[in-house]
Design a protein around this ligand. Structure first.
Ligand code: NDP
Length: 500
């Protein structure tokens, strides 16, 4: 698909995908299929098989066989790196196709999908280097009779359950790092956004990944996802999604095989703005932080904690910025804010907007669904006169809804920022280095931004504190997370006998 060639439009008929097993697509056959409707256009765009628990068993068995015979973990790091680099090249070549299906199923702007796919190329490239540099440790200080080695080994068969908000990006923040050390995988994308995970499977086979190392099962979380979290032969599971399902993942791990878990869950992330910030920059950053991906972003800056002396003026600055953002057809190059991805999420966001008004908060802008003739869209919304106890200030809305909370002192700003069960991300805007560093140290968040927001790269780890999750993805941290450590004690020379 050529970016410059044409005005993009949804397909005439839905594209039928199979699920991916042992190096090839398995057509739906007798299975039911899920017809995914584009949230931006209201027309069906993909047809995806609904896998059964038996299909999950088959996929796990395929990944297990690929792990046990060492067709991947037994390769040297350079050979694994070569496959990851070739994957990066093919993603680059097929970027336009991936971006197109991502936008159709998710509703995000095509320009954003393209940028995300570009970021995913970098993930594979960076992880390829880590496949070569991953190493253990040695202890040469144990006396002449003993030498100690610490090795890192792959965990084994890894399950990955991904959500619908960044289907390709979240996948690529995990897969290359998981593969770098030699693990094998079974992936379950959200039923609403399976296409690009399946395209990645095809790409990886073309890149030379041995069959069975990367499998994709499709279907709903309550059946296919549930079968994965309860599975006795998945050694580690990475789950990204709601805190509610995250709790059942933890319970299921305890009731099954105590699989190791990586969890990236919800957030109610503070944007702390001081009066001494570059307020023009901060207003742009805060607008971006809440409206990017229509706020359906675990790291969205949804709580604006702003110094009282500038709170009213700054709220208006952010509202003015948002008024200029282009909401529209996700396939249009000019669009900055696309559609709401699922019907359920659309209803949830509108429900919170009504609740905010009922609770006495004041609408500064937005607050309504937008009728663009097709699809489902919500205007970026700001609430002022918010108190910390209101549900719009406490609960993750996962939509373009910003709440403004004024503060008077640095201590108060820190307390307000930490007054949440979550600890995923936070931003601070100030030109005072002392304040910036103090806030960075004391606000509990796995990702922190100073005078910017939502930036990242393959080097920096991703993950949360508190109820936002366990473990870290991406970077060397993401590779190490999917390894297990073995201590090797080597006795040198003649043993001193216990029984003479
Ligand atoms: P879920 O937690 O339900 O979905 C996330 C993933 O888990 C999807 O692949 C889903 O599959 C799967 N899943 C659902 N139920 C189970 C289960 N019982 N066992 C195993 N896997 C399961 O999120 P929602 O889509 O319902 O979104 C609800 C809320 O979650 C949002 O409003 C937001 O607050 C939060 N969320 C947070 C995300 C993040 O990035 N941290 C991402 C998405 C949501 P399927 O979609 O096919 O049912």
């Amino acid at each position: 698909m050529d970016k410059a060639s044409s005005h993009l439009a949804p397909p005439e008929t839905p594209r039928a995908f199979g699920f991916y097993l042992d190096g090839g697509f398995v057509p739906a056959g007798e299975r039911e299929t899920f017809l995914r409707t584009s949230p931006g256009h209201g027309v069906p765009v993909t047809s995806i098989p609904t896998c059964s628990a038996e299909d999950v068993d088959t996929a796990v068995a395929s990944a297990r066989a690929a792990f046990e015979d060492r067709r991947w973990s037994g390769l040297n790091g350079a050979d694994r790196a070569a496959v990851l680099l070739r994957t990066a090249e093919i993603i680059r070549r097929r970027a336009e196709e991936i971006a197109y299906w991502e936008t159709l199923e998710n509703g995000k702007p095509i320009s954003q999908s393209r940028a995300e796919v570009g970021g995913c190329v970098g993930m594979f490239e960076y992880a390829s280097g880590l496949a070569r540099s991953l190493h253990g440790d040695s202890f040469n200080n144990l006396g002449d009779g003993m030498f100690g080695i610490v090795t890192r080994e792959p965990v084994g068969v890894c399950g990955v359950i991904t959500p619908w908000n960044f289907p390709f990006l979240i996948l690529c923040e995990r897969v290359p790092y998981i593969l770098a050390s030699g693990n094998t995988l079974v992936v379950k994308p959200s039923e609403f956004t399976s296409a690009t995970s399946l395209i990645l499977a095809e790409i990886m086979t073309e890149a030379g990944l041995p069959d069975g190392v990367f499998n994709v099962v499709t279907g709903p979380g309550r059946t296919v996802g549930q079968a994965m979290i309860e599975h006795m032969d998945i050694d580690m599971l990475s789950f990204t999604g709601s805190t509610r399902v995250g709790r059942s993942v933890v319970e299921a791990a305890g009731k099954s095989n105590f699989k190791k878990l990586g969890l990236e869950l919800g957030g109610k992330n503070p944007q702390i703005v001081f009066a001494d910030a570059d307020l023009e920059d901060a207003a742009d950053g805060v607008a971006f932080g809440i409206a990017f991906n229509t706020g359906q972003c675990c790291v969205s800056g949804s709580r604006l904690i702003v110094e009282r002396s500038v709170a009213d003026a700054f709220g208006r600055m952010v509202a003015d910025k948002l008024a200029k953002a282009v909401v529209g057809d996700p396939l249009d190059e000019a669009t900055q804010i696309g559609a709401i991805t699922t019907d359920a999420q659309n209803a949830t966001i509108l429900g919170y907007i009504a609740k905010g008004q009922d609770e006495g908060a004041r609408l500064l802008c937005g607050g309504e669904a937008l009728d663009l003739g097709q699809g489902q869209y919500i205007a970026p919304t700001i609430f002022s006169d918010v108190t910390p106890s209101m549900s719009i200030a406490r609960e993750e809305i996962f939509g373009p809804v910003l709440t403004i909370l004024p503060f008077d002192t640095v201590e108060e700003a820190i307390a307000m920022a930490n007054d949440t069960e979550y600890g995923l991300a936070a931003s601070v805007w100030t030109k005072n280095i002392d304040k910036a560093l103090m806030i960075t140290r004391r606000v509990q968040a796995g990702r922190f931004w100073v005078n910017t927001t939502l930036s990242g790269g393959p080097e920096l780890p991703i993950g949360g504190m508190k109820a936002s999750g366990w473990g870290r993805e991406a970077g060397i941290y993401g590779v190490e997370e999917y390894t297990q450590v073995k201590s090797v004690h080597i006795e040198l020379g003649k043993r001193q006998h216990w029984i003479e």
